[in-house]
Design a protein around this ligand. Structure first.
Ligand code: GTP
Ligand code: MG
Length: 199
């Protein structure tokens, strides 16, 4: 997929106020500081479309962007620093859970994982929660430029081993670096394939 246009649409704290359209939507989520906003800028060839920060918790809203006037790209707040609550919706933050559970036009959520780290319980819990709710997702490993190629492969394998505890089949995954512009074509082509599969 070639990026022709990418524009900011609206920021919200409430899924009810998200754009009232049926165009297909792809969301990006992950722990705070994992590189969601940087990845969105890399994917869309825009330096400052999504706001990035060295400080965790920069993105606190549901941010809608429209790409090629064809699909919505959504930058979500990071999970992992929200207060843990016992309620189903509260665990990863009310805003995030309500959005993921109620947003009709959401087609696929990309869950971002920092490739430098060993499998983090919060990421595995979130992936399992998505599975329980039967929400489609794919994994994007981020910041691949920060470690050697060998480590990238061994960390990905370790993550897959952790997933195998709960999953019979491994999800689709991508290795990316926003700094080195790695993985752009693969992720965009996947989005295109998913859109083509919609009727
Ligand atoms: P929140 O909005 O706070 O949840 O963070 P985020 O997930 O949107 O992360 P963001 O894109 O703001 O990036 C966090 C930090 O990681 C910034 O300092 C980025 O420059 C850095 N970063 C993001 N992606 C990469 C990458 O691919 N390579 C390197 N080396 N640094 C990256
Ligand atoms: Mg962000």
């Amino acid at each position: 997929m070639k990026i022709k246009t990418a524009e900011f649409v609206i920021s919200n704290t409430d899924v009810q106020k998200c754009p009232n359209t049926t165009i297909p939507e792809f969301a990006f989520i992950g722990r705070s500081n994992v590189g969601k906003s940087s990845l969105i800028n890399m994917l869309t060839n825009r330096k400052k479309l999504a706001k990035t920060s060295g400080r965790p918790g920069k993105t606190q809203l549901i941010n809608h962007f429209i790409v090629n006037n064809e699909w919505h790209l959504v930058d979500l707040p990071g999970y992992g620093w929200a207060r843990v609550s016992k309620t189903d919706r509260g665990k990863f933050g009310d805003i995030i859970a309500s959005y993921l559970l109620d947003r009709q036009s959401l087609v696929c959520t990309f869950i971002l994982i920092d490739i430098r780290l060993k499998p983090q319980p919060i990421d595995l819990e979130f992936i399992n929660w998505m599975g329980e709710k039967k929400l489609p997702f794919a994994l994007i490993f981020t910041k691949a430029d920060k470690i050697s190629k060998n480590k990238v492969e061994s960390h990905r394998a370790a993550f897959n081993r952790a997933l195998k505890a709960d999953w019979a089949e491994l999800p689709v995954s991508f290795i990316t670096s926003s700094l080195a512009k790695q993985g752009q074509e693969e992720v965009l082509d996947y989005i295109e394939d998913v859109m083509n599969s919609l009727d």
